[in-house]
Write a protein that binds this ligand. Structure first.
Ligand code: AMP
Ligand code: ZN
Ligand code: FE
Ligand code: FE
Length: 283
C-alpha cells in the first residue's frame, strides 16, 4: 500500500477559506489526499457538510483552529477529535466567534472614520460563516483600496499592528489545551515560528503548553523557514511532542495548495489513538 497522504490543517468557507466544506472535500480527494483535517477558525460548523460530501477513500479528521494567546503573543492551537457538544469548549468557541464579529466591526469603523469606502454590510456579505480578517481584506480589494490581499495584510492596513488592525479576545493557550483535553480532543500548536505573522512564542511558552498536555507541534508549514523547522524539531524531540505537517489551505484566499505539506502516517495514527471526543469520518 502506498504511504497515506495526510494534511491536518485546512479552512473552508465556514471560516475564512473560499471553498465550501463540500468543495474542500472534493478538492482534498483530487489533490491525492487520503486524510484531511477540517480546522476552521473557532468553529465546527463545516464538519457536517464536509462529512456528507466525502468521496470514497477519503477520511475527515474533525478539528478546529482556536485563537489563543500566551504572554501577550497570539498563537493558534489546532484541536482535533474533541466532542463538539462539550459545554465548556462549545461556550469558549462561541465567545471567540462573537468577539471576531465585534473586532471586524471595529476595524471597519476605523476604516470608515478615515473616509475609506468599506462597510460592515460588505464585509458581512463576504463571510459565509465565522468572520475573519481575510474578509475585511477582500473588502479592501473589492473597494479598490489595495491591489491584493497581501497588501491588505500589510502595515498600512490590517496587518498585525497596522493602522486599521485591532486586537481581539483570545483564549489563554494553557487553558485552551486543558479545555480541549477535557472534551476528549488533542492539540497541536500551529505554525509556532511563522515570523511573517508578528511576534512568535518562545521555548518557555511551548514548555508550558507541553506540561498542560499539548500533543504536538506543526513543523512542516508553508510559513516556516528551514531554520524554524530545525528549531521546532529540536524542541519537539526535547519535550517529547509529535511533529505534524499541513498546508493551512484557504482556497483562493491564499496561494498555498492542498497537500503542500504532509503529516507522517505514524504520527497521525498516534493522534487518532489519543483523540477520544469524536471519531474520524470515512466515506
Ligand atoms: P484573523 O484570525 O481574523 O485575525 O485572521 C487571520 C487569518 O488571516 C489567518 O488565518 C491567516 O491565514 C490569514 N492571513 C494572514 N496573512 C494573510 C495574507 N497575507 N494573505 C491571506 N491570508 C492571510
Ligand atoms: Zn484563516
Ligand atoms: Fe493559523
Ligand atoms: Fe489556519
Amino acid at each position: 500500500m502506498p504511504a497515506r497522504r495526510i494534511d491536518l490543517h485546512t479552512h473552508s468557507a465556514a471560516s475564512d477559506g473560499s471553498d465550501t466544506p463540500a468543495r474542500l472535500a472534493a478538492e482534498a480527494a483530487a489533490s491525492g489526499l487520503d486524510v484531511f483535517a477540517l480546522t476552521d477558525h473557532d468553529t465546527t460548523d463545516g464538519w457536517a457538510a464536509a462529512a456528507a460530501a466525502l468521496p470514497a477513500g477519503l477520511t475527515l479528521v474533525p478539528g478546529a483552529e482556536l485563537s489563543c494567546r500566551n504572554g501577550g503573543v497570539s498563537l493558534h492551537l489546532l484541536a482535533y477529535l474533541f466532542d463538539p457538544a462539550d459545554p465548556p469548549l462549545a461556550r469558549a468557541m462561541g465567545q471567540l466567534r462573537k468577539e471576531r464579529v465585534g473586532r471586524a466591526e471595529r476595524m471597519v469603523a476605523l476604516l470608515e472614520a478615515d473616509g475609506h469606502p468599506v462597510s460592515w454590510a460588505q464585509v458581512r456579505a463576504l463571510a459565509a460563516g465565522t468572520v475573519g480578517r481575510p474578509h475585511v481584506a477582500q473588502a479592501l480589494v473589492a473597494s479598490g483600496l489595495v491591489r491584493s490581499i497581501d497588501e491588505a495584510f500589510g502595515p498600512r492596513w490590517i496587518g498585525a499592528g497596522g493602522r486599521y488592525w485591532t486586537g481581539r479576545y483570545e483564549l489563554e493557550a494553557v487553558e485552551a489545551v486543558r479545555l480541549v483535553a477535557a472534551a476528549g480532543g488533542v492539540t497541536v500548536l500551529a505554525h509556532a515560528l511563522a515570523t511573517s505573522r508578528g511576534r512568535t512564542v518562545g521555548e518557555a511558552a511551548i514548555e508550558e503548553l507541553a506540561a498542560a498536555g499539548l500533543a504536538g507541534l506543526e513543523v512542516e508549514h508553508p510559513d516556516h523557514e528551514d531554520s524554524a523547522r530545525v528549531r521546532l524539531r529540536e524542541t519537539a524531540a526535547r519535550l517529547d511532542l509529535l511533529v505534524t505537517g499541513a498546508s493551512d489551505y484557504h482556497g483562493t484566499v491564499k496561494a498555498v495548495r492542498l497537500a503542500s505539506h504532509l503529516t507522517d502516517p505514524a504520527v497521525y495514527d498516534e493522534l487518532v489513538r489519543r483523540g477520544t471526543g469524536c471519531q474520524v469520518i470515512a466515506a
